[in-house]
Design a protein around this ligand. Structure first.
Ligand code: NAP
Ligand code: ZN
Length: 352
């Protein structure tokens, strides 16, 4: 089996460090991809540190990375949609059973047999679990490979494969947000994409942030208003006024406060995945008939739709491009909400 350079963590307290892993020879339906850029998602950090142990414990070593953009180097004999040289993306999913109700409804992320890009049992037995995109290459079934528009900056495209689809999907599902008051909680990787998509679909967008220093950036990214969530006066002024709020916060926080920001029949959708259970006041939902939902990435069809939309509207993530040797520092900064607004690893740095 071909070797690939990668970065992995050996335990919940180990830094990411260089490692050589194996990738499978492409089967008839696989494509081999040379990875050019991989975004750093907060989920990578949760997984590396085993913060989601109660839901999906991490198997070590872990090679994270599910915001992958690259170029096809080889295709299997039955691959019909791609050829060598094509620019492609791979997100959080690399396989599913293709036959269950979720797969038939184009939401493969809810398939009971879904295989995630890293830390899922590896059906090909190349390794105990799948290894993600902090690597020079990956081999993926063509059904889970996305076409990347050729007019966009590739470093900024990589984060679309997770941060992009995770915010695009719930915004689309909510319905027509044209002229509606939409809130985005947390201006990080997901949050800044949420602002861009909500704006692109015509909403009046307000950002809730704990970081006053992000105000100018939030406005530049398209927000109409910025609310400093620690400022009670500012929060009071907006109580009961939002139609839809997307919560992207990665850590423990009080969601009742955001339920209080919703108008009659308003909806708060969680995409952030803090490790600890949230406390919800029933009354925060009862008064105003409000709803609380969650959303998990998006299916392959919708991810392609999102990428095509980004191509048409020139939307990419705002990225800080880093060599992979700075990945541990990037994790520390992301953990302190200090990233503008996504790290994207230039995989050429693996050759250094
Ligand atoms: P990120 O770039 O670190 O952004 C998270 C933002 O949340 C921070 O920038 C910060 O924004 C805010 N925040 C952080 N700690 C906070 C606290 N204690 N209280 C209030 N606000 C806080 O992370 P990300 O990559 O966008 O991911 C966000 C979350 O979504 C993570 O939990 C990740 O695992 C999850 N996720 C879920 C899905 C899904 O399918 N549902 C997909 C990808 C990621 P401000 O500085 O503006 O306050
Ligand atoms: Zn992610």
């Amino acid at each position: 089996m071909p070797n690939a350079k990668a970065y992995s963590a050996a335990s919940a307290t180990s830094p990411l460090a260089p490692e050589t892993i194996q990738r499978r020879e492409p089967t008839k339906r696989d494509v081999s991809i040379e990875i050019l850029y991989c975004g750093i998602c907060h989920s990578d950090l949760h997984a590396v540190r085993n913060e989601w142990e109660s839901v999906m414990p991490t198997v070590y070593p872990i090679v994270p990375g599910h915001e992958i953009v690259g170029r096809i180097t080889k295709v299997g004999s039955e691959v019909s949609g791609f050829k060598e040289g094509d620019l492609v993306g791979v997100g959080c999913l690399v396989d599913s059973d293709q036959s269950c109700p979720s797969c038939r409804a184009d939401v493969e992320q809810f398939c009971p047999e879904a295989v995630f890009t890293y830390n899922s049992p590896d059906k090909h037995n190349t390794a105990p679990v799948t290894y993600g995109g902090y690597s020079e290459s990956i081999v993926v079934d063509e059904k889970f490979v996305l076409r990347v528009p050729d007019n966009l900056d590739l470093a900024g495209v990589a984060p679309l494969l997770c941060a992009g689809i995770t915010t695009y999907s719930p915004i689309r599902r909510w319905g027509d947000i044209q002229g509606k008051k939409v809130g985005v909680v947390g201006l990080g990787g997901l949050g800044h994409m949420g602002v861009k998509f909500a704006k692109a679909f015509g909403a009046h967008v307000a950002v809730f942030t704990t970081s006053p220093s992000k105000k100018e950036d939030a406005l530049r990214l398209g927000a109409d208003e910025v609310i400093i969530s620690k400022d009670e006066e500012q929060m009071k002024q907006h109580a009961g006024s939002f139609d839809f709020i997307l919560d992207t916060v990665s850590a423990d926080h009080d969601v009742n406060v955001y339920l209080g920001m919703l108008t009659l029949d308003g909806n708060l959708t969680l995409v952030g995945a803090p490790d600890k259970p949230l406390e919800i006041s029933a009354f925060a939902l009862l008064f105003g008939r409000k709803s609380l939902s969650g959303s998990l990435i998006g299916g392959i069809k919708e991810t392609q739709e999102m990428l095509d939309f980004c191509g048409e509207h020139n939307i990419t993530a705002d990225v800080e491009v880093i060599p992979i040797q700075q990945v541990n520092e990037a994790y520390e900064r992301m953990n302190k909400s200090d990233v503008k607004y996504r790290f994207s690893i230039d995989m050429a740095s693996l050759k250094y």
